[in-house]
Structures are given as structure tokens and as C-alpha cells.
Design a protein around this ligand. Sequence first.
Ligand code: GLU
Length: 310
Amino acid sequence: MRYKRVAAVAMMASLALSAAACGKEGNPTPSGGNASGGAQSDQCTTSGVTFTPKTDVNVAGSPTFQKIKSAGKVTIGVKFDQPNLGYKDAQGKRCGFDVEMAQYIAGTLGVDPAKIEYKEIASANRETAIKGGEIDYYVGTYSITDKRKNDVSFAGPYFVAGQDLLVRKDDSSITGKDSLKGKKVCSATGSTPIQRVRDENLTEPNNIVEFKTYSECVSQLLDKKVDAVTTDDAILKGYAAQNPDELKVVGQPFSTEKYGIGLPKDDKALRDYVNDQIEAAFKDGTWQKIYDGTLGKSGSSATPPQLERY
Ligand code: GLU
């Protein structure tokens, strides 16, 4: 009871803030207005950026936009266990760099933050979820690759990471990708990092351990059931920060992971529009504010990458 009350008070405080921010912009929201919009919002914005929905938006020729418009909401695929990127806070609110980028894009499509529905989709299921229309778009450490482009399209990149290794702090035997032979290496099913471990034969096939999520791999590492977790450095830094006495990132990245917003393959109009919105966020400082208030808190500074318009 007590916990609930405290959480409720915290929630009211943040609602008051978001309602005030919406009110200031004076944007009317369909059904319910600002107060109820804030009341249903289940995301946090640690960057302090207000994602005010644009009015009078039209993305001509975009079936996804039409779908969003007639549904009056957007469904976005995200991760839920990646610190600073896409995770749930103590109040169950969704936070992080990817979540805030997702909110920003929703706002540019005219969607109120309270009308965002998040779906947790693991790495291996992203193409299927986008192709099947289960989600309107995906924002979650999703590397742009030619193989994936057979099934989906991408806007971006909006961030560039690199594959790295997370190991136990007292382990000095793993110094980079070429020291993994004979070591148990864990990664997520359907990810580019696990594919690279296989393609480059970085360890023996029977030493490759896979789970749906990286957080399961991290538990295995802490339990000494595996020797390393491999994925993007941006993700691993978040896990290391949660357990600084036990874990460390090796810090020798060995790939280029360009993060894109995953979109339905044939919706070129939406892709062009989202690219324009990403570019606008790069130029007007919104991206920098989002980054500095989320992923940037892990200690690595960054500036917007080169937009490539795939
Ligand atoms: N960026 C890589 C990928 O898209 C690894 C992170 C992830 O699995 O989301 O496969």
C-alpha cells in the first residue's frame, strides 16, 4: 500500500509536469484532452524533451500513417531490458534513448504520447512483427543490414554502435574478439553479434550460448555459466554500470552497428518522412538532448551520425 502511494505521488508529479508542458504548447488532443492524455502515459522522458504532437500532419501515400490515423494510436516495438536504451523504470514506465526516439517519431506523426502502445519484441522476432503488422515501427538497437532489408525497411541511422564483450571484472584472459576460443560466449538469438561469432568462428559452435534477451546472458555471466556476453557496446555499458563491481566491458569494438527505425518494407513514404524527422532532430538539437539525457549518462559523449537514407 505504502509503496503504491509513493509511486502514485511520483506519478502525479510527473503528470503535472507533462500536462503543464502540453498545455503550454496549446495543442488540443483528441478525446480526453491533456490531463487524461498524461494520465495514461506510461513512458518517462529523462531527457526533459517534450514530445508535443504535430498538428495537421499528413504522410501522403503511407499506408502505415493511414493505419495510425484511423486507429488514433501507434504501436511501437521496443526492448524492455536494455539500460539507458529501452527499459522499464521502478514505476514500470518505459525509458531510454530508443524509447525517447520512438516518442519523438510518434509526435512527428501527430500522436499524443498517451496514445503510444509499446510491444516488447525480442531481437529474433522483429522482422516478423513488422511484416505481420503487429507493430507500426520498431525502435530498439536494430542494426540496418542488407539481409533484414529483404523483409523490412529502415530510416536512419540515428546512432552507431560497435560489437564488444562484457566479462567478469576479474577476468583478464579475454581482451578482444581473438581471445574467445575455448570460452563460452552468450548472445541473443537472431542478432547480428551472434551471427558474427558464428561467421568469424570466434569460438567453437558448442561454446555459443543463446537466449532471447541479453539480460538472460548477463545472469549467466554473473553465475559463471558463460565467460562473455557479446553485443553492441551501447547495450553492454548499461549492464556493466548496473554491476560495476562484478562486470566490465572489454572496450575493443569489432563491428559497426548502424541503428535504424524498422519500418514496413514497402512504405517508402513513411521512410522518407521519418528520415526527414530524424534529420530535423539532428539539426535542431533534439537528438543531442535526448542522447545526453539517456544513453549519454553512461559516460560516452556522442554527436549525431551521418543520415544515410536507406
Ligand atoms: N544491433 C544488433 C542487432 O540488431 C544487436 C542488438 C540487438 O539484438 O538488438 O542485432
